[in-house]
Write a protein that binds this ligand. Sequence first.
Ligand code: NAD
Length: 495
Amino acid sequence: MSTSSTPSTRDLVPEALDAVPTGLLIGGEWRDASDGGTFAVENPATETELVRVASATADDARAAMDAAAAAQDSWGATSARERAEILRRGFDLVQEHAETLATVMTLEMGKPLAESRGEVTYGGEFVRWFAEQATQDVGRYTHTPEGSLRMFVQRRPVGPSFLITPWNFPLAMATRKVAPALAAGCTTILKPARLTPLTSMLFARLMVEAGVPDGVLNVVPSRSASTVSEPILADPRLRKLSFTGSTAVGQSLLRDAATNVLRTSMELGGNAPLVVFEDADLDAAVDGALAAKLRNGGEACTAANRMYVHEDVADAFVDRLAQKLRDVVVGNGLDDGVTLGPLIEPSAVDSVQAFVDDAVERGATLVVGGDRPDGTGHFFSPTLLRDVPPDARCMREEIFGPVAPVATFSSEDEAVALANSTEYGLASYVFTRDVPRGLRFAERLEFGLLGLNAGVISNAAAPFGGMKQSGIGREGGFEGIAEYQETQYVGMPLT
Ligand code: NAD
């Protein structure tokens, strides 16, 4: 309960927004767009404008590219220890400002405050992890097999990197790219999503306070993504593109990146299966399904998109999941007790409704929800569908909303075939008490991530990324920093 001496989170809102810079960060200065343009950032729960942000033009994008290119040599030449210490200070500042970051995140993205706090913890961990990784560089000195040369193999920063992030995890998607890039010695241009730039801009402010030198981190929000991306991608000084977003946009950026043969990391869409075997701990499976479905309101690339439940336990699973979904409290993420916030924008609500209507038209049974609550905000009710046929759109495409479609299977082979029946390969989940079966299943799955008896497995120390059309490369883990490093070999005779 709040008292006059402990302000409620709503009381903190203006203060939180005051902390957010609203200009472009170019060459260490926060500045207006070259044409003075701005765009509005809205609260999806209240449909009100929060603040206006400078909208980068093509000239601003070129200026950011100039700044990143100019800073590359000196930043690449800093010691790993110096980069690590700046990142470590950045981590400390994220902790210090955790409540402000979380409040801003809920305001612009809508997720419940508890989840925003969780994202600050998760997102901050990338800054700490890559501070630790910065000094762990491995090279090698050895002989060629026939002994004619000595070999030196060393890692070097790739160079100026363009980082494009989506709206659904406004802090973590930025830290997952900025931190390894800086740790490796690359300068960066960050383009946050138009719908949620504020958390990233606040994070950038904290990184500047932590000591990131001018030009090493540039931030260019814009109302038009391509206005910013085209001049940057066309610039021969750019070395690396790291993108998180939809597969369609990723494919188009890959084509653009081919012109200058850029190094690319692509974290794209998903269509995660969640498989429940007949021997599973059903309570754990239901809890895992709820977490994998409703984390971030279902607006996550890792969200369980399709649930396949063994026919012997399907009725019990559906009954228990239905009860949990009926208990979900939908509302403004700043309000106490709310467990599901709004979707990001009106078109997202229309899209989710269309998935539900399509499934029902094709013969699925609606068990819970299925519609949008009345009133202000882009809300959609938690929804459970059962007996969903394989040709329903929600089984083939990313739903990105709080809709759980359930279908049944009868054998392990059938479960593997169903799980793999998608062009995506990001996250997957399986629930079974039979550990060898779980591991056998893992080896047959074409997914970069598997939660074995767990609905949420993301961690800064783990390699995150997809197979097939879910992407290229890995973020986090030891693998994350390698995405921003070139390998160079020096051969030398001793004569
Ligand atoms: P999106 O592809 O629409 O946008 C992602 C980013 O790309 C935004 O910053 C956007 O402004 C920018 N963008 C859009 N068009 C562009 C263009 N032509 N040139 C340059 N930049 C452009 O995706 P979204 O709606 O913001 O995010 C949701 C998608 O992201 C989902 O498909 C989800 O699965 C995916 N995602 C993937 C991961 C992962 O790690 N694999 C994580 C989060 C989200």
